[in-house]
Design a protein around this ligand. Structure first.
Ligand code: HGA
Length: 609
């Protein structure tokens, strides 16, 4: 959330900053701004409410250039989205700053700064930082020392970049709790919240660690670690294709990402199965030694990743016989005494690997007596990956749509691979492992078959466009699938949607059912089917309008809308039934005319808690 870009170069940096912002827009899009500096000149700042495009339009006609600059795309935490709350913030025409994160003690600092004569033009927490830097410089010393002093005064989470009118050709960056990378060009250096922002200008990156402060100049950069010592960090070359963010012929990234699922699922499986089983060196010797000791699994995640964890709980318990607990990260991290022991595997799941709550939960867990930590993640360079003992990459490719789709299904694939690995130590019969491995290999085709339902789902969506509420039902491992379907609908169509285990209907939600409450159900052909079908008849009997996605071999009885879904092994049905629900949410949102890829109030990569 909130995207930062900074550049120091021999050439004009305006275009670099704007392209970076466009690539970071998934992190926040309520307002955007940039400030550039040319030697001897004033700080030139422009800010606009709305998307990066609004900022581009604003500066299209303005003569604006500089060799040093910072830019920001905002997801507001403190203060409404408005031009005066947009970053960069400037203190007394001298210091400019962009910030991602939350300054928790900003109120006390603000009061003191006001007493000291500083005025504020925004409601943000960030503005205290820029004024503090100005004050520290006024007290004497140089920009780096001033920023370091201020970092000692603020509490909370930040990635920030600071520019001083009196120091053209220099930026100071710092990170604690929010991501920041350094991009290395030739005689030009950059900051950004992620590598994607900088791919058009460099493939070489340094990933900063917690507490790092960077002095960036056109000739090079210096990193000080949290202890203030000059530190070297490894340079990594990104293998990401700079064009991977292309939407192609698709109307929205979300639709493209839904259709990419067969390919990315195959990618996530690639090289991980051999001779019809999990490949022997899947986690390597050290990983296997860890898994051998595991007697319990604790999964922690947020949002869609949490739903993936909930599905995995059924698998881990049923196939491995291991107790498994799943918890939302923002809850887990503040539990006073979660029960940890060295036979428990602590699993964190996050698409970006920068999700603030999940990362904090991992850091907390590392202080406790867990046996080992495992990250399931889509971004190899992320903090989550770097800080976990074991890693399972999802290989979904860059996901731009804020509503997660391919990241979820590839997380489920990764989790099933984990189940097979755990199962090896837990007596999962070889024949079962082979059956599941074969089913995994069939998945891309099965997902293709679901995608072929799109025309029918598009027609179905018309029944939702004028509704205000919807219910989603599932049983067993399909309950989290129903939750994920409801979340997708909420996120992008703004229709209030709730998910229930179908058996819970009569304990309350049935009271809501009438002709204005569409009820969506997912019905694979398993031992819970008859129970589910009875629940659906309870809806029918009360005049509810049913939309059922059922295994193609199932006779669903009397329901108004029914689409047959390809048969797969029951364990993998959650993956398959997710796809029609994604398409349903997508087409409802398109009919409602919402901004599908950038739904209101949300942003991807939730780096604030
Ligand atoms: N607190 C700052 C930055 C918000 C942020 O990083 N969001 O992800 C603000 O509200 O402007």
């Amino acid at each position: 959330m909130c995207g930062i870009v900074g550049a120091v170069a021999q050439r004009d940096v305006k275009r670099i900053l704007l392209e970076g912002l466009r690539r970071l827009e998934y992190r926040g899009y309520d307002s955007a701004g940039l400030a550039v500096l040319a030697a001897g000149g004033p700080i030139q700042r422009h800010r606009a409410v709305g998307k990066v495009e609004a900022l581009e339009n604003q500066i299209a006609e303005v003569p604006l250039s500089g060799h040093t600059g910072i830019a920001h795309t905002r997801w507001a935490t403190h203060g409404v989205p408005s031009e005066c709350n947009a970053h960069p913030h400037i203190s007394r025409d001298r210091i400019a700053l962009v910030h991602n994160g939350i300054i928790e003690n900003y109120q006390a600092l603000k009061q003191q700064l006001q007493v000291d004569g500083y005025s504020f033009s925004s409601d943000t927490d960030s503005e205290v930082v820029v004024n503090l830097v100005h004050q520290a410089l006024d007290d004497g010393g140089d920009l780096l020392a001033a920023v370091r002093k201020v970092l000692g005064q603020i509490r909370g989470a930040y990635a920030l970049a600071v520019m001083d009118r009196h120091a053209p050709g220099r930026l100071i960056g710092a990170r604690r709790g929010s991501p920041l990378v350094v991009g290395l060009g030739f005689d030009e250096y950059f900051f950004a919240s992620d590598v994607f922002a900088l791919l058009p200008v460099t493939q070489r990156f340094v990933f900063l660690e917690e507490g790092d402060v960077v002095d960036l100049r056109a000739e090079g950069f210096t990193i000080l670690n949290a202890a203030g010592e000059v530190t070297e960090r490894p340079i990594q070359v990104s293998g990401i294709d700079p064009e991977s963010a292309d939407r192609g012929a698709y109307r929205h990234y979300m639709l493209k990402e839904i259709h990419e699922q067969p390919a990315v699922i195959a990618n996530t499986l690639s090289g991980r199965l051999a001779d019809g089983r999990l490949s022997a060196d899947f986690f390597g010797g050290e990983g296997n030694a860890i898994l051998e000791r595991i007697k319990r699994v604790q999964i922690v995640a947020c949002g869609t990743s949490y739903h993936a964890g909930m599905v995995a709980r059924y698998w881990i318990e049923e196939l491995c016989g291991l107790p498994c607990n799943v918890e939302v990260a923002s809850e887990y991290r503040y539990r006073v005494r979660p029960v940890a022991d060295e036979t428990t595997l602590f699993v964190v799941i996050s698409q970006s690997g920068e999700t603030a709550d999940t990362l904090a939960a991992l850091r907390d867990a590392r202080e406790r007596d867990y046996g080992a930590s495992l990250a399931i993640c889509n971004v190899p360079e992320s903090s989550l990956v770097r800080e976990s003992d074991l890693v399972l990459m999802t290989r979904a490719g860059q996901e731009i749509g804020v509503a997660s789709t391919k990241a979820f299904t590839t997380q489920l694939v990764a989790l099933m691979l984990l189940v097979l690995a755990l199962g090896r130590h837990r007596g999962l019969p070889e024949a079962e492992e082979r059956r599941l491995a074969a089913a995994l290999q069939q998945l891309p085709q099965a997902v293709e078959a679901c995608l072929a339902l799109e025309g029918d789902i598009q027609a179905m969506a018309e029944h939702f466009a004028d509704k205000h509420h919807a219910l989603f039902l599932g049983r067993g491992a399909q309950y989290p699938v129903a939750m994920e379907g409801a979340l997708k609908l909420k996120e992008i169509s703004y229709i209030h949607a709730e998910a229930y285990p179908a058996g819970e209907l009569k304990h309350g939600p049935l009271a809501l059912v009438d002709a204005d409450m569409p009820v969506v159900a997912v019905a694979p052909n398993n031992e819970l089917l008859e129970k589910l079908l009875s629940n659906l008849q309870e809806v029918n009997a009360r005049g509810g309008e049913l939309f059922v996605f059922a295994d193609q071999t199932v006779e669903v009885g009397e329901v108004q809308h029914h689409l047959p879904v390809v048969s797969v092994d029951d364990e993998l049905a959650p993956l398959i039934y997710t796809v029609p629900l994604q398409l349903l949410a997508y087409h409802v949102a398109v009919l409602k005319g919402t901004d599908v890829d950038k739904p209101r109030n949300l942003a991807k990569s939730v780096t604030v808690e």
